[in-house]
Every structure is written in C-alpha cells, then in structure tokens.
Design a protein around this ligand. Structure first.
Ligand code: OSB
Ligand code: MG
Length: 376
C-alpha cells in the first residue's frame, strides 16, 4: 500500500556543459523539477519531472508542470491509499487531460516507493532483465558538416552504440552524408528531426535512404500519425516516433496506420511507468522495437530511464548517456558512467539505486513548494 504524506517540489538550475540545438530551439541551462515523495510507511524517494523550459517539444513546460502538480495532482494523490503503482496513472488521468510529464513525475516516484517497500531495485520491481543498457548519444545541430563529423567521430571513439544526429532543413542530408562517409558503413547512425518537415519534403527526405540509417525520428508534426503513415510508405528508412506517442492508444494507432516501425519511449511523455510498460508490452507482442529516449534528465530522472530500459523489448540503444555528457557534476552519487557503450543497471540497492546529493541540490534550488496530506 502506498499513501503519500507529502510532495516536496524544487526547481534547480543546472547548466549544460555545452548548448544543445534541435530544430525547434536551443537550451543551455536546464531548469529541472525534482520531487521528494514521502510515504506513510516512512519511505522517501526522489523523482524528476522532465518538462522542458519552453513548449517546443510538448505543450508542457516546467512552469505548467509546477502548477499541475501543486494545484491538481498533489491534491488527488495525497492521503489516498494506492494498492499498486500501476493504478496511479488511471487515478491521475480520470477527467484530467494532458500534463503527462507532471503526472509522470509523481507516478514514477510511486513506483520507486513500491520498490523500496519490496526491498527491490526499481528495475527488478518492473520485471527488467537487462543488467546493462546499450547507450546512444544525441548530437545537436552544428554549424557545419565538419563540426558534426568531429562530434560523431568522438562519440564512436567513446564507445557509443548509436549516434543520433539532430537535423532540420538546411542541416540535414549533407550533414548526415558527411558523417556516413567519414565514419564508414558500420557506424550506427540515425537522425532526429523534431517535427521540422512536412509531406512536401518527401523527395528530400528520401535521399536519406541511401545513407543506411537505423531510423529517422519524428520527421513530421508532433501530433501527427496520418501523414507519418504516408511518409513511411515512401521511405525505406524506418520511421521512429517520439513526440506523437503520448499514450498506449497512440502506439496502437501507429501500428494500425503504419505511421512508424520503432518507438522512442520517454516515460515522462507518456505519463509514467504504467503507460511506458503497457506500450513496451504492446510493441513486444507486435514485433516493434523500442528504446528509451532522454530529456536531459539529471541523474535522478536518468535512474528511472535506466530501470525502464532494462525491460526485454528495449532492443535499440537508449539516449541514456553518462552524467559527464551533460553536466560538470551531477546531483547523484554515484554519477552515471558508461563502459564500452553500456550503462550498468543498479542492482545492489532497493529503489532507484543512486543517492541524491542533498546539499548540492539545496545550493542549486531556486524555488520550493511542499504539498501535504491533511494532518501531515
Ligand atoms: O527529441 O529526443 C528528443 C532532448 C530534449 C528534447 C527532445 C529530445 C532530446 C534529446 C536528448 O534528444 C537526448 C538525451 O537526453 O540525451
Ligand atoms: Mg526525439
């Protein structure tokens, strides 16, 4: 039984080691929403809401999530006894549209509470079988193909198992071709357009077919499945959907319509672990590979991604780079590391498997809010 006594929300600011440009915007300072959930059994866990600074990826931002959690989500869960963390998503979704990342921050924390209560690593609680996660890097848009090639070459040297190249009109085919030519036929390359194209660009995008990419991620609009189906019919390269998959139902629609052949699962985007596991299981039954995407999480959010990616059908490398790819210093100990392109799934301790450096978090905190069940 899980019964939340309190939810402490904190915004921290964490500068990225280098700015990151995608087709829809650039970020250099991450504003991160960390949550501390305390359960009536005495367990306290940390979780992360992965909403971005601006509504350029999904409609949510850290500021909308702050309101959603404090005004609507906390009152709905605090003091309410929940038998299983898999029940939380339905509780939060009833007559409450959207705000998936805000909901996921709380929902995932409740899975971590269940793991602590059971004395199990989070990965084991959900039935994960992998002990290591194959790791990919997501490379931002560079000014020139040569600059991109340098970054991609360094990534391959570091052992990454997948190199994702962000693309947009004006920085696409020539950039990816340069990477393919310089890095060779075996290099595991893919592209991510973050919605930068329309069906008018089919001929142009079809030029990527010659470059033997693992996949092209979310070329068309964030909420589109119909046009992606048309595009997939005209491309050999598998389409992978990210933004468009916001629930199990959208994954089923993708399969029905043929809108893509691979799914990037981000637990925040779909509303938490419950929907993530449901999408994973559906895809496994239908031969659709999945992998775990990233949102420049701190080490806290990364713990949840790593646990999720330990499930059997996460067969493609995830965007779960080690802490040093993002930050001078992470907020967890131990920091996340990569060895030969693999990140270890923590299996020693119950829960998320890393400890939060609370003093450091205190120093980085710019605002706090505590919501409590009545009487706590
Ligand atoms: O499209 O996958 C994306 C980061 C922010 C918003 C959208 C995306 C990304 C990434 C980052 O690609 C991947 C990572 O966290 O390493
Ligand atoms: Mg993406």
């Amino acid at each position: 039984m899980i019964t939340l006594n309190s939810i402490r929300m904190r915004e921290i600011r964490l500068p990225l080691r280098e700015p990151f440009r995608i087709s829809s915007g650039v970020i250099s300072d991450r504003r991160i929403l960390l949550l501390e959930l305390t359960d009536a059994s005495g367990v306290t866990v940390w979780s992360e809401c992965v909403a971005g600074e601006k509504p350029n990826y999904t409609p949510e931002t850290i500021d909308t999530a702050w309101i959603a959690i404090s005004e609507w989500i906390a009152p709905r869960v605090l003091g309410v006894a929940v038998a299983h963390p898999g029940d939380v998503h339905d509780l939060l979704d009833r007559d409450f549209r959207g705000h998936n990342m805000a909901k996921a921050g709380v929902e995932m924390g409740m899975w971590a509470i269940a793991a602590e209560q059971a004395g199990l690593p989070l990965s084991k609680l959900i039935g994960g079988t992998r002990t290591q996660i194959a790791t990919g890097i997501s490379l931002g848009i560079e000014k020139t193909p040569a600059a991109l090639v340098d970054k991609a070459r360094a990534a391959i040297r570091q052992g990454y198992r997948k190199v994702k190249i962000k693309i947009m009109p004006g920085a696409d085919v020539a950039f990816v071709r340069a990477a393919r030519e310089e890095l060779g036929a075996e290099a595991p390359l893919m592209a991510d357009a973050n919605n930068a194209y329309t069906l008018d660009d089919v001929e142009h995008l079809a030029a990527l077919d010659a470059l033997d990419l693992m996949m092209i991620e979310q070329p068309l609009a964030w909420d589109d499945l119909v046009r992606h189906a048309e595009l997939q019919r005209r491309l050999e390269t598998p389409v992978c959907l990210d933004e468009s998959i916001t629930s199990l139902e959208r994954a089923v629609d993708m399969h029905t319509l043929g809108s893509g052949r691979i799914i990037n699962i981000k637990p925040g985007r779909v509303g938490g672990f419950g929907p993530s596991i449901a999408i994973h299981d559906f895809c496994e039954q239908h031969g659709i590979p999945v992998w775990c995407g990233g949102m420049f999480e701190s080490g806290v959010g990364r713990a949840y991604n790593v646990a999720l990616a330990s499930l059997s059908n996460f067969t493609k490398p995830g965007d779960v780079s080690p802490s040093k790819r993002y930050w001078e210093r992470d907020v967890v100990t131990p920091e996340w590391t990569m060895d030969a392109g693999m990140v270890n799934v923590p299996l020693e301790l119950p829960g998320i498997g890393v400890a939060v450096d609370v003093d450091r978090v205190e120093n980085l905190t710019v605002r706090t809010h505590v919501a409590r069940a009545s009487g706590h």
